[in-house]
Structures are given as C-alpha cells and as structure tokens.
Ligand binder design. Structure first.
Ligand code: DX5
Ligand code: ZN
Length: 225
C-alpha cells in the first residue's frame, strides 16, 4: 500500500503560504490539503478560491480541496477553476450526493467524499466505486490540533475491508489528530492517505516531520509500531 502524506495548510502560517508549501514539497509531500470553511457547516472560516488560485502557479503538488461548506454544489466550479485537483465534499452537506459527484466528474477533476465522525459508512457505500478519495474525519471538522477520536476506528476498519474486498483503487484518507502516535493504528485499519496539520506545520522542521510520519506508517504496517 502506497502511503500518501497530505499536509493541511490550516496549521501553516497564512502570511507566508508559498514558503510553507515549498517546505513540504521539499519534504516529499504527495499533495496539499486545503481546508475550506464557511462558518455554517463548521463554526470557523478559512480561505476561498481566490487564495487557492494565487498559490496554484507556485507548486506542482496536487491540490485536495476539503470543502467544509453548506450547499457545496453552488461553489464547485469556482474551486475547480481555482486549481483544485481533487475536490472533497461532505456527505452531510450534499442534498444530492450522486448529482454533486457527477458534476465534479464532468468538470474533469477527481472526486472525494468526507464523513463526519458520527456519520455511518452506509451513507457512502453505494458510491464508493465512483470515488477517488474517501476521507474519514477522525475529529469533528472545524479546527486543527484536536485529539484523534478513537471511536472512528471501527468505521475506518470497515471502510478498509470494503476497499480490499471490492478491489477499489480509491485513496482511503484520515483527517484530524494524525500524528506519529496515531499513524500506526490508522494505516493498520487501512488508511493510506494521511492528512496532517499540526504534526507537520506545528514542527519547526517540516521535512523531518514528514519523514517521521512515513516511518510511523512503515512501522505500523510491519507490525512494529
Ligand atoms: C479539520 C481539518 C483538518 C485539520 C487537521 O477540520 O479538516 O484538515 O487541519 O488538523 P490536525 O492535523 O492538526 O488535527
Ligand atoms: Zn481537512
């Protein structure tokens, strides 16, 4: 299983986003995770398409745009035009999930769906074949630096089993509280895409922080973590 590391810019210094991106690029990050919040779906506000567009030309890393917003279908095109490569919507925010996913496909981007901690896997089982990313939230979305919710592990394991049984090629992601302590368990459960904010941007040496997360994943998979 190929482990992918997706630094979450939520914990980066927004005053020097370009440098913050270059550092994780140097550290071998696989993609960049943008947390978009609207103050309604979650009680916090972050960036919109105009900021993402400004950084698009400054890096070759793919952009995963995590939309924590209500009525995401209204804004998809703007995030695609801003340079999103994988657009992730929350199943809880979609009135018509299948319709939203097909709109995204038609726009030529990869599609992801995120699940809040309390949302059962059953909500997305019917569309898993169509996804590029299933993002299991391991904290309640809205803020960085929260404690990993172990109560989400059974769902993650079930998702991992389904991915294996059905031979799906999607990335199974986890988002929230991901650190060298929690990585071994989530990769054993089947996660291969690790979104990490504090564990990377909370460290002075981001290159080393990424290396440590990869080592923790290796240890988890080899049974020594
Ligand atoms: C939370 C966001 C996360 C956040 C994770 O709502 O979706 O991407 O940045 O932060 P850490 O890794 O600090 O838990
Ligand atoms: Zn996120």
């Amino acid at each position: 299983m190929r482990i992918k590391i997706a630094p979450s810019l939520l914990s980066a210094d927004f005053g020097r986003l370009e440098e913050e991106i270059k550092e994780v690029e140097r550290g071998g990050a696989d993609l960049l995770h943008w947390d978009v919040m609207d103050g309604h779906f979650v009680p916090n506000l972050t960036v919109g398409p105009s900021v993402i567009r400004c950084l698009r030309e400054r890096t070759d890393l793919p952009f995963n745009v995590h939309l924590m917003i209500e009525t995401p279908e209204k804004y998809l095109r703007r995030f695609v035009e801003a340079g999103g490569d994988i657009i992730t919507v929350h199943v809880e925010a979609c009135g018509n999930l299948r319709g939203t996913l097909s709109s995204l496909r038609r726009m030529g981007v990869k599609v992801g769906v995120a699940l809040n901690p309390e949302t059962p896997l059953g909500e997305v089982e019917g569309v898993m074949e169509e996804l590029d990313l299933l993002l299991v939230m391991t904290v309640h979305p809205g803020f960085g630096s929260q404690r990993f919710l172990r109560s989400t592990l059974p769902k993650l394991r079930r998702a991992g089993r389904l991915v294996r049984e059905k031979g799906l090629t999607l990335d199974l992601g986890v988002d929230g509280g991901i650190s060298v302590e929690t990585v071994p368990e989530v990769v054993r459960a089947g996660a291969n895409l690790l979104v990490a904010g504090t564990a990377i941007y909370g460290e002075r040496d981001r290159v080393l922080a990424i290396r440590r997360l990869r080592e923790a994943a290796r240890a988890g998979l080899s049974g020594t973590g």
